[in-house]
Design a protein around this ligand. Structure first.
Ligand SMILES: *Cc1c(COP(=O)(O)O)cnc(C)c1O
Length: 835
């Protein structure tokens, strides 16, 4: 009999864990209490996730220790959104547990791919902004940077989208219903958050004036930590998500007055704050609950950081600014500026100048949009009711800022009015972007064009004042999820061809360039794509019932539905191809399967109508007997991270067709490029950099550029374009003639009148001819498969720049001045004698 080692507190944690197959059995039985042999997949998922999490936790503890012991600058990434998707496969891959996990499941005759399907997406974000935050955390862990993500643990994430009768229907996403094995509650780090009340001013014992925020309604912020494992580097970073709860003292009065049930009901009021993610992408909201969410996140997180600081350094804040940095993901957490001022002054006794030096030296702001309707503003009256002390501080920041403006530009009253943090009017508002700029040492855009447009347009007054604050950080995506995990066949082909280093250094994918014209490699390349197209076709069939012909060109546009992204232009092109098929003009056409997917904000009427149009055109086109498998159009329902993991490997043509100057960066474009899709796109956002890296001959360019958009708007006449261009005229006639809505007359009038409106902001008709021509060029290229494969290989081979490791490397060097933390050297590095 094996002697049982005696457990002692000094026994290494690693020795407590049994091999994964045993751990799986143990968790099924002891953790989940599942006593029979046959369980639902959900049980196996949970047991495996828990077993894998235990292994993650081992490195997590070690990483925390390294953090705590180091005296390097720490970074806190504040975001209202983290669109994480699933965690199981990511953890398995990053810890190198693939074989073990397969073995563990094999004892039950199960496959990893099947079990993974039981994990719900963590959909705590709308789209690109939230997914960027998730890719950034992955890259920070990969680079071993001391970065903590701070967000909200929404009970309900991004809604589920169903399609009924061609229309979007929303259903709640209760992603936590079956529990979340990836979170650990930390009640000991609970913080108290204040709302409402008023300010009390006085003179303290030392004769100094002070302000206190009193008479508040308080609630609790309870943290739940999620592990963010680095890639095979024994580093596990933290995402801390806050849940709102009622305080026990909240209702003391009512308890005592015998109003027990009412008092308990109040508990729900507090918990509302972390109940649901606002489902608006690129538009402001203005709802009181949203401002509460923002302040809740910011106050809890700043208190958290300050409490740790005081633990380590006492009340000496001399080096606080040097050793901490806060990155604000858009203006959503902008109240961090006045909140840090408040905490430093009211809670820790610093004076204004000391607090301002610290605050403005450690806040950094990332802008994500040029759309004026997306710029956040909060009414002064709401602010003064909800956060009265913060409003006072904002007013004082503004007064001091405007004094500085007057010193720099004496007498320029117009400038003062333009840059004021307070927008005057019947209902004065706080301009959150301006507050962020004034309160930060760094302001960055997310692609080269976007940053230039910020400097010359939206923020030009601020750029003139403080050019040194402004910088660009072109977005990226993590190749661990968006290539290695989602495209295993391509991963293996890369291993076989260029080795393994690209997984944490995507620049190495350039080694593919010499293979671009190699016929044997091209064959392997297109075989991989073919298998991914088959997988995607099955997925489309299962989710829509529509059959995709896998020898057709797979043409894909997936992203939030928004007028500026111009899904409408895509539909117009499909109608044009359909029209050509009907009139027998198929010269130069190739069979095409067009997939469009994405969610519309529930209150965004036009976007929802576009969804309906896509579905209606799809059902007419797909069932027309004239169309012998030449053309398919489907709307893919409930687009999310886990569906993109199947969609992007199977895509051949990536649609990035926004009106130039409107898409800040785009990141979907990068995922497609890595997976060998060619892009058809405008000179917008990161498309410009994609085209530069891939080479202009490997990109299908069309449409007006950002300057052309501005110039065209001056005398735009879409009706003249429509009447002069036969193809466009026919497309409009089909839609306006009710061909796609025979039983619902008039429903698309809003869309067609928008296209014909000389004030149409999105210039869809202006770009339509150029788009049709670029699509014809893409079709022509596709009919030369050798050429297409070459271009596809070269797109992947030049995608290294678009790794979020590169982006985060730049944030760390140029903004955060953060260094990697004490690498526990990986086994491989030690074996190579580099450890
Ligand atoms: C990458 C991604 C996005 C962003 O797509 P864009 O085309 O850049 O707008 C949105 N949603 C999901 C689920 C994604 O994975």
């Amino acid at each position: 009999m094996k002697a049982t080692p005696k457990a002692t507190p000094s026994m290494p944690i690693a020795d407590i864990l049994a091999p994964l197959p045993e751990e799986l059995r143990r968790h099924l039985y002891f953790t989940l209490g599942h006593f029979t042999d046959k369980a639902d997949d959900a049980y196996y998922y949970r047991a495996l996730a828990t077993a894998v999490r235990d292994r993650v936790t081992k490195h997590w503890g070690a990483t925390r220790k390294r953090f705590a012991e180091s005296n390097e600058r720490r970074v806190h990434y504040f975001s209202l959104e983290f669109l994480l998707g699933r965690s199981l496969n990511n953890a398995i891959q990053n810890l190198g547990l693939d074989e073990d996990a397969r073995l563990a499941l094999h004892q039950y005759g199960l496959k990893l791919e099947e079990i993974e399907e039981s994990e719900p997406d963590a959909g705590l974000g709308n789209g690109g902004l939230g997914r960027l935050a998730a890719c950034f955390l992955d890259s920070c862990a990969n680079l071993q940077l001391p970065v903590v993500g701070y967000g909200i643990r929404y009970e309900f994430g991004m809604f589920h989208q169903y399609i009924e009768d061609g229309r979007q229907v929303e259903a709640p996403d209760h992603w936590l219903r079956e529990g979340n094995p990836w979170e650990i509650e930390r009640p000991e780090n609970t913080r108290t958050i204040k709302f409402y009340g008023h300010t009390h001013r006085g003179i303290n014992d030392q004769g100094k004036p002070f302000s206190k925020w009193v008479g508040t309604h308080d609630l609790l912020a309870v943290p739940y930590d999620m592990p963010i494992p680095g890639y095979k580097n024994e580093t596990v970073n933290t995402l801390r998500l806050w849940k709102a709860e009622a305080t026990d003292v909240f209702n003391l009065e009512e308890f005592n007055s015998g109003n027990y049930p009412d008092a308990v009901v109040q508990k729900n009021n507090a918990e509302q704050i972390s109940m649901v993610l606002y489902p608006n992408d690129a538009s402001e909201n203005g709802k009181e609950l949203r401002l509460k969410q923002q302040y809740f996140l910011v106050s809890a997180s700043l208190q958290d950081v300050l409490a740790k600081w005081v633990d380590q350094h006492g009340d000496d804040f001399t080096d606080f600014g040097k050793l901490n940095c806060f990155q604000l993901n858009d203006t959503h957490p902008a109240s961090a500026v006045p909140e840090l001022m408040r905490l430093l002054m009211d809670e820790h006794g610093l004076d204004w100048d000391q607090a301002w030096k610290i605050t403005s030296g450690c806040m950094a702001y990332t802008n994500h949009t040029l759309l004026p309707e997306a710029l956040e503003r909060w009414s002064v009256s709401l602010f003064s009711r909800l956060l009265p002390r913060l409003l006072e501080i904002i007013f004082e920041i503004n007064e001091r800022f405007l004094a500085e403006v007057t010193k720099l530009y004496p007498g320029d009253m117009e400038l003062r009015r333009r840059v004021s943090l307070v927008e005057e009017g019947d209902q004065p508002h706080i301009r959150m972007a301006y507050l962020s700029i004034v309160g930060s040492f760094s302001v960055n855009g997310v692609a080269a064009l976007h940053t230039e447009l910020l400097k010359s347009g939206l923020f030009s007054d601020f750029y003139a004042m403080w050019p040194e604050k402004f910088n660009n950080k072109t977005n990226g995506v993590t190749q661990r999820r968006w290539l290695s995990h989602c495209n295993p066949d391509l991963r293996n082909l890369l291993y076989e061809t260029i080795g393994t280093g690209w997984e944490s250094d995507l620049g190495q994918i350039e080694k593919l360039v010499p293979y671009a014209d190699d016929p044997a490699f091209q064959k392997k390349w297109s075989d991989v794509k073919q298998r991914n197209k088959q997988r995607l076709a099955q997925y489309v069939k299962a989710n829509t019932g529509v059959e995709f012909n896998t020898s057709a060109l797979f043409d894909v546009q997936v992203k939030r539905i928004h007028e500026y992204k111009r899904q409408l232009l895509n539909v117009l092109h499909v109608v044009h191809l359909y029209d050509r098929i009907r009139r027998g003009d198929t010269e130069g056409m190739v069979p095409r399967c067009v997939l469009i997917g994405g969610k519309a904000a529930p209150g965004y009427h036009v976007a929802k109508l576009i969804v309906k149009l896509i579905n209606n055109v799809g059902s007419v086109v797909n069932s027309d007997p004239m169309n012998k498998d030449m053309l398919k159009l489907v709307f893919f329902p409930n687009y999310r991270v886990s569906s993109m993991e199947i969609i992007c490997p199977g895509t051949e043509l990536s649609e990035q067709i926004s009106t130039a100057g409107k898409e800040a960066s785009g990141t979907g474009n990068m995922k497609f490029m890595m997976n060998g899709a060619l892009t058809i796109g405008t000179l917008d956002g990161a498309n410009i950099e994609i085209r530069e890296k891939a080479g202009e001959e490997n990109f299908f360019l069309f449409g007006l550029d950002a300057d052309g958009v501005v110039a065209t708007k001056k005398d735009y006449d879409p009706n003249a374009i429509i009447s002069k261009d036969e193809d466009i005229r026919r497309v409009m006639e089909l839609i306006e003639g009710g061909h796609f809505n025979a039983t619902e007359p008039g429903i698309f009038d809003l869309l067609t009148s928008g296209l014909r409106n000389p004030h149409d902001q999105w210039l869809t008709i202006a770009d339509f001819r150029s788009y049709i021509d670029a699509q014809a060029e893409a079709a022509k290229t596709y009919s030369d498969q050798k050429l297409w494969n070459r271009m596809s290989i070269l797109n992947s081979a030049t995608s290294g720049w678009f790794s979020s490791d590169r982006t985060i490397g730049q944030y760390a060097d140029e903004i955060w001045k953060a260094k990697p933390l004490g690498a526990a050297k990986s086994g491989a590095a030690q074996k190579n004698g580099k450890g």
